[in-house]
Design a protein around this ligand. Structure first.
Ligand code: FES
Length: 231
């Protein structure tokens, strides 16, 4: 099969004699047998570390999971500075997680029920592959958008009954955060962990309303009452 890889400004095509293998295996084959200068990232080879995300035919994929077909075009993920070939600068992971306070600030020692753990299980599965970040169109107009993976992490901690400082997190995502999302849903189908960041952002918007934050996408001019809704 023939695979084309965008390397800088140039597209390079390679013919490999492999079938029914992952794209990562194909790239390893190219690197060891055809072109040792080809550069890409990978780690676990099993969909856990999130380091091998690329775009194939315009859609984000993990190289260690995707099985390529003849004629595929492989490119680096979008919205990140390309360092070389398929390797991009991933400092945005730290930057956006910091901006949204997407971590545990201060845990209360408290028993958590199985149901409560289940409520944060999906968001806890994020592997920070940045596929959602690459698919998000908002970065074209706002490079400071905290973005889908970081906002999903914020919801994971805000929704954790052990978290003491969830209100600080809610405050951190009012600017360049939940209200900048267009709710287009581009982040949802590309997540290899079946997380739906757009849904988490919608819930964070509702939670913001309950805390009295104004919705700048509407003309309320102030906070509004959601009638005591709870999650
Ligand atoms: Fe770890 Fe692909 S190599 S997710």
């Amino acid at each position: 099969m023939e695979i084309t890889i965008l390397r800088g400004e140039e597209a390079h095509s390679y013919n490999v004699e492999l079938e029914n293998v992952t794209l990562l295996s194909v790239l390893n084959n190219i690197k060891t047998k055809i072109d040792p200068t080809l550069t890409y990232s990978h780690g676990c080879r099993s969909g856990v570390c999130g380091s091998c995300a690329v775009r194939v035919n315009g859609r984000e994929q993990l190289m260690c999971e995707y099985k390529p077909s003849d004629g595929d075009l492989v490119e680096p993920i979008r919205n990140a500075r390309v360092i070389r070939d398929l390797v991009v600068d991933t400092s945005s992971i730290e930057r956006f997680n910091c901006a949204g306070m997407g971590w545990s600030e201060s845990f209360k020692a408290e028993n958590v029920s199985a149901e409560e753990m289940e409520r944060i299980e999906t968001q806890s599965d994020c592997i920070l592959c940045t596929s959602c970040f690459s698919a998000c169109p908002v970065y074209a107009v706002n490079p400071n958008f905290i973005g889908p993976f970081a906002l999903t992490r914020v919801w994971r901690y805000v929704n954790d009954p052990r978290e003491r400082d969830s209100e600080a997190k809610m405050g951190a995502i009012q600017i360049n955060g939940i209200w900048d999302c267009t709710l287009c849903g581009a982040c949802v189908p590309v997540c290899p962990q079946s997380i739906a960041p757009m849904q988490d952002i919608k819930i964070l918007r509702m939670k913001s309303g309950m805390l009295g934050y104004p919705d700048p996408t509407m003309n309320f001019g102030g906070g509004f009452d959601l009638g005591g809704w709870d999650f």
